[in-house]
Design a binder for this molecule. Sequence first.
Ligand SMILES: N[C@@H](CCC(=O)N[C@@H](CS)C(=O)NCC(=O)O)C(=O)O
Length: 204
Amino acid sequence: MIKVHCLAYSRAIRLLWLLEDLGQPYDLIPYDRTDQFRAPDALRDVHPLGKSPVIEDGDLKLAESATCLRYITDKFGDETHRPDPHTREFIRHEELLDYVESTFAGACMAVLLPAMQGGDPPDEARRSLQTHLDYVASHLPGTGLLFGARAYMADIQFSYLLANLNALGFLDAAPRVRTYWEDLQKQPGYLAATKAAGPMAPEH
Ligand SMILES: N[C@@H](CCC(=O)N[C@@H](CS)C(=O)NCC(=O)O)C(=O)O
């Protein structure tokens, strides 16, 4: 059974969403945040970077949520969380799945970190975020999720950052992205994962 080292309010909840969708049991190892909202030292005993998620499957230990999502779909032969490999949508989905942590997360953290400490994000960071939110919106159809009504891995990957942006009001100027986030929260896997591990974002 896959072991998921899951910090509170973290990207690890993405993996629980996928595992819940697949009906696969998992061993959830929960960690509380410190008073500074950091990972506890115990996570450094699990992985040198001391971050979450980390999964263990037998003697394999993996970090990076996008890699973990791909590992889980491949392990269970799942074909329902990404487009058919013979289609153009397949590589677009791969691009978006990688974009979330490689590029979008940096733009999000530049506003989230100051805001979480009660400060005002720099104008430059706000402008950059808006560029990224417009870019995300450009990939969304008129209604629903990125590739239809069901969540693919890229949708799951977006969820954590959108939860945190929304909690601090940063989706107010991006109405299409906000309805996307509202639709993501109706997905059964999201509901099951947050029931198991708590919300993706703290209340502010
Ligand atoms: N790119 C990594 C990011 C991992 C990461 O930064 N995790 C956060 C939680 S969402 C963490 O452990 N933060 C605690 C800390 O840095 O103290 C991924 O996608 O898994």
